[in-house]
Ligand binder design. Sequence first.
Ligand SMILES: Nc1ncnc2c1ncn2[C@@H]1O[C@H](COP(=O)(O)OP(=O)(O)OP(=O)(O)O)[C@@H](O)[C@H]1O
Length: 639
Amino acid sequence: MALENELLVSSAAVFLTSSFWKGLHQRAAFPSQPALNPFVQNVRELLHETTRVSRKLQARLAVGSSEPHRGSSPLQPLNVKQLRQKKGIAERLAPVSVVPLRTLNVHLSQSLKCQLPGRKPAVKARISTSRKSHFHFMAQFSALPIAPIALLLFGLVGILLLTIPSQDVQDAPGFMYGIVLDAGSSHTSLYIYKWPADKQNGTGVVSQHSECSVEGGGISSYAGQVGAAGRSLRACLNRAVEEIPKEKHPNTPVYLGATAGMRLLKMSSPQQSDQVLADVGSEIQSFPFSFRGAVILSGQEEGAYGWVTVNYLLGNFIKYGFVGRWFSSGRATVGALDFGGASTQITFVTQQKVEDEENRKELRLYGHDYSLYTHSFLCYGQDQLLKKLLAQIVKSQGYAPEVNHPCYPANLTRTLKMEDIFDSPCTVHYKPNTYNPQRSLTLRGGGHYENCLGNVSELFSYDGCPFSRCSFDKVFQPKVTGDFMAFSAFYFIHSSLQKVTGVKVSTPLQLEDATKTVCSMNYSQMMSVADKPDRLKDYCASSVFIKALLLRGYGFDDASFPGISFQNTAGDTSVGWALGYMLMLSNLLPAESAGVRKSLTVGAWGMLLFLFIVLLIICVFLLLRARSKKKKGGNENAI
Ligand SMILES: Nc1ncnc2c1ncn2[C@@H]1O[C@H](COP(=O)(O)OP(=O)(O)OP(=O)(O)O)[C@@H](O)[C@H]1O
């Protein structure tokens, strides 16, 4: 045991003397020097001691000799084999005190290299005595894991570079454009939509570029006037030519969708309806865009596309995750309430059985199935309801030339012709058997809420529901569920009502209060607060319509009514069926999950490379600094 101890100590001495000996020796020659750093002092003491022992063992430890060295030659380092033997002894002796001695090993390596050039030093040793705890300290201090940290960072960056899926991304060629002409009953709007050219995969990037309101009435109002409907669109199409970059024109799809006005025209005159569609089609084809057809949407399509628009704009289908993928948003969808000029639509997701196939619409978007309830009430748009109301009132007063209109503001007088009321297919049930279309009719406002409500209620039938439950007019409807967005005339009426009455309308009671208030106002009172004088006369009737439609018709109550959001735009995009229509027809809304991988752009790739190079420089710098510190430390200890 004593011998092993000696050997151990001597091996340590050999390590150290090979690098420190000279310096320490020199130091020892100056004992009067001021107090040394305690660490260096301890090292010195230790080395003195180990050197003393090693001198005794010099012969035995001499290179290539198994015999004790009897001469007085200076200390020799152990050869590799010998050091390995000592290491084995040291490990047996000192299993507890673990001294990585990386630094020491380096010193050893340096000394071996120096003294035995060409020999590969590869020996590690452990030292264990209380004194050698200083070495322990030294070893730990000097062996801060800079290199492993650097390697780790390299590894991380490398892994990042390897695992981030990338693909060559060409410079995005700007935007793609699409045009939809919303040919409504009351007017036509041309919408230009745009989306980044490299994102045609339905990932929520289509936005409204601009809107152009076509002068004049809806295209159905040009029935019988060959070419007129097409010409009415020209100004807006010219604007689209200016707004969309020329090189994009051939790839810009144009869709025209006609709604309730054309549905009514098709019912009364299919030839005229076809003529109007042909007119607008040939007009659009004279422009340099890609014409994709002019069609009449069914009420069910109109409702479903409106629902798609609402939920697309609200981001209810998918959301963009931080890892660069699109995910199902996990959010509930919102129902859509559209109050047009000639029809009104209600569409929402329902878990209940849709008892009438006519009201069922299945959509698969981003890998998710949506079971929709949708219904479009033809003749229940605002303009046609107003006509029906007039017809109902005129009929109820025996078609007299002077009629009291309880929904018009008190003291308002208006004159119109019989044909203005009875020319529509929506008023056919109220039409007298024989009448003179040119006959004048004078209407006098009554401003009477109860009478107005009574007449409006006559327009909705609640009898004879053939299903488990109905909205009105024998139409099946499950109980409304979830939140809704109400747009088009719902929005116009709601905002006018709030403005004119000063009542915030977010509950059924508030709606009733506001409606009563507006119906009791006279024309001049309304004029002082309203901004659309031409529509003032209808504020009361329209307010009563939406009250009757939403509360009694659709069945919204105290719990569900506050969930209705009245709005006409979401962000900068108009809410309506047009956007949903283009998204669906252009395959911008995929049926299956987008699963989109975000490509690494050249900029991002460059930035990553730059970071990698910076990291590399930092690591090299740290490594060099660590090496020079070690050298310094060695020198200091040697001194
Ligand atoms: N700024 C406004 N203020 C009040 N009412 C408006 C305004 N603009 C349009 N309206 C009216 O709102 C109703 C709905 O208009 P919208 O343009 O949505 O219907 P449309 O598309 O012509 O009709 P449909 O979809 O039934 O064919 C119409 O009665 C219209 O007259």
